[in-house]
Ligand binder design. Sequence first.
Ligand code: ZN
Length: 91
Amino acid sequence: MSQTEKCPSCVDGKMFTPFASFADGSCGPAELPCPDCGATGQITAGFAERREAGKKLRAERQAAGLSLGEWCRRTGEDVVKRSGLERGFIR
Ligand SMILES: [Zn+2]
């Protein structure tokens, strides 16, 4: 059982982007599926807090001037796990 709350990043799983680029090379406004909640509009409770914590992790890595892959090679962290942590999907 997991509690959910409304995704703070989107409306009902859709995210409005003023400058999306399309396959035909044009660009313009578009509605995209929200990457934060997987386009469900719902996130597990506490996601906002985890996302803030993730931003700090990302800032720490960027301050060191390292890409995600480079960071993980040096620290021995798992790339998928680190990526999820930085985006707040996992704790
Ligand atoms: Zn969302």
